[in-house]
Design a protein around this ligand. Sequence first.
Ligand code: ATP
Ligand code: ZN
Length: 299
Amino acid sequence: MDKDLRLKLAVQKSGRLTDPSVDLLVRCGLKFSRGKDQLVGYGENMPLDLLFVRDDDIPDLVQEDVSDLGLVGLNVIEEKRLELAARGTAARFEVLRSLDFGRCRLSIAVPDGTLFTGPDWLRGKRIATTYPYLLAHYLAERKIEAEIVTLSGAVEIAPRLGRADAICDLVSTGSTLVANRLHEVETVLESHAVLIRTPVALPAVKNEWVERLLMRIDGVQQVKESKYIMLHAPRAALAEIRGLLPGSESPTIIPLDGHPDKVAIHAVCRENVFWETLESLKKAGASALLVLPVEKMLA
Ligand code: ATP
Ligand code: ZN
C-alpha cells in the first residue's frame, strides 16, 4: 500500500504511557513489529504505523501533520494549548477520545508543616513547576500573583533546595510527595490519556481506519469493566433480581426445562460484578451463579 495511505499514530517511546498505549492498540487487534531503530512500529495487519517519541513532542507532531494521531496525557495537550494561546495561535489538534489510563492530577503541594489556608496562601510565593502555563492560568483565574519557577524536572526537590515555597507537579499515588515531605493542597487539573488527531483532512481510506480504530477503542473501553453473568432465578423473584444486576439493560430470560417456576437469566453487566452483588442475588433466591469476563463487544 502507498506509504501515505498508512495511518501514523504517535505514542510515548518510554515512560508511563508506553505500556498502556501499546496494550490498548493490541487489544484493538493491532499486530506490529518494531524496526531496528525501535522508533517505528510497523502495523502488520492494519495500515497503521506507530511512531515512538517523547510524549512532549506528540501535540506538535499531530498538529503539524507529521503524525495523524497521537496518544498523550491531557496535561501535556492542555499545557500546549495555553502555550500556543500565549503566542497568539490556536491549538489545531482535535481530541477524539478520553481514555481510561494515565490517570493523574496536576497538583499544588507544600512542605509538611506549612499552615496552608487556601489558594490565597500562594500570593507572593515561589512555585516550582514544569507546567508554567497551566499554573499561570490557575493563578490568574484566582487573581493571585506569585512567582513561577519553571524547571525541566526534579520539581519535588525544589523546596528543600530553597528554590521554591511550593510546587505544582503531577501526582498519582502521592508517594513521591510523601518521600519529599510535601503534601497536596490544590488540584490544578485532573488528567488521563487522550487520543488526538490532526486538523488536516485525511484521505478516505485513512479516515475509514480512524473510524474503525475509534469503534474498537470504544469496544475495548466498554468491555474492561463488563461481565457476562448467568444465573437461575425463581420466576417470583424475577423483578427483584433484575434490579440487582449492575448496569444491564435487557437480560435474556430463558425457561428451564422441568422447572416451570424457575428461569435462567443471562445478562451483560456494564459494571464490574462484586461479591456483594452475588451475595445479594443469592439472598433474593438466585442460584447457579456464573460470572464471565467479556472479551470483545460491538454495539
Ligand atoms: P518523556 O521522556 O516521554 O518526556 P516524561 O518523563 O515526560 O517522559 P512520564 O513520567 O513517563 O513522562 O509521564 C508521562 C505521562 O504519564 C504524563 O504526562 C502524565 O500524563 C501521565 N502520568 C500518570 N501518572 C503520573 C505521575 N504520577 N507522574 C507523572 N506523570 C504521570
Ligand atoms: Zn515528557
